[in-house]
Design a protein around this ligand. Structure first.
Ligand SMILES: C[S@@+](CC[C@H](N)C(=O)[O-])C[C@H]1O[C@@H](n2cnc3c(N)ncnc32)[C@H](O)[C@@H]1O
Length: 239
């Protein structure tokens, strides 16, 4: 099966029918595929690595939109023979809060006017859908239902209260400075050595990048945060 994405890029180096199937099932529920399949493939390989090397801990994503990335994580987990990990989904389920001045995008564009426009029209910026829709989406994976943990609300309020004890996979995708900084402060210490950190917005939003750089510099965390695509960064926690 050839892998194609909307821009019609071919992925000749990825010859993995299982991944191709999962990617096409999950693509309608994720924003990460708008730039290409690299973020999905990186997540798939991260899950393979965690399962094969028995790196224990739950999975968490902050900012799930319609649930596509965690659908892929669940399908990959099943595919590689593990259905034990809990998958925590943190989201307001009401879209993004008001951006602050540091939340410019990579071109220096301020998203605040867009947020305001959404507010005026009674719409929600960055909204993927209600929790019940996201639950329905992730349950299509047939990953054990009781392994999904939904945490509605702003992460600034739900964390650290609803934080899992230990994490093998931490995927951050709430776009903005404050939430990303809060997620790193409350969740990165729970990522086990050998665990995988993914920062989806590092290349796209200046605030997410600032929060990540500040956290890593302040804590001296040892991690090679490497480029997956123009926005996504992925690293394996050393210590
Ligand atoms: C870019 S979307 C996530 C995309 C998703 N990870 C994917 O694979 O397509 C950003 C999500 O973050 C959520 N969000 C933004 N700020 C948040 C906050 N402070 N706390 C919780 N969720 C937040 C929004 O509701 C939205 O669903």
């Amino acid at each position: 099966m050839k892998l194609r994405i909307p821009q019609d890029i071919e992925y000749k180096d990825i010859n993995d029918p299982a991944f191709a199937r999962m990617a096409s099932v999950c693509a309608p529920y994720s924003l990460t595929v708008l730039r290409g399949l690299e973020p999905f493939y990186a997540l798939y390989k991260a899950v393979e690595y965690l399962v094969k090397h028995n790196i224990t801990g739950d999975f968490a994503e902050c900012g799930v939109w319609r649930g596509g990335s965690m659908m892929l994580a669940a399908l990959a987990c099943r595919h590689f023979g593990d259905q034990t990990r809990r998958i925590h989904l943190f989201d307001t389920f009401e879209g993004n809060p008001e951006p602050r001045p540091e939340d410019l995008d990579w071109d220096g564009q301020d998203p605040h006017p867009t947020w305001e426009e959404y507010q005026k029209r009674g719409m929600k910026w960055g909204y993927g859908g209600p929790l019940e829709d996201v639950r329905r989406n992730v349950l299509t994976t047939e990953y054990p239902q009781d392994r999904f943990v939904f945490v509605p609300g702003r992460v600034e309020e739900t964390l650290p209260g609803a934080a899992p004890g230990s994490l093998a996979l931490l995927r951050l995708d709430t776009d903005l400075y404050e939430s990303t900084a809060h997620e790193l402060r409350t969740l990165y210490p729970r990522l086990v050595p050998g665990g995988v950190l993914i920062v989806d917005d590092y290349g796209y939003y200046q605030g997410a990048r600032k929060a990540t750089d500040e956290y890593l510099a302040e804590t001296g965390a040892v991690i090679l945060l490497n480029r997956i695509d123009a926005s996504v960064r992925l690293g394996v926690k050393v210590a």
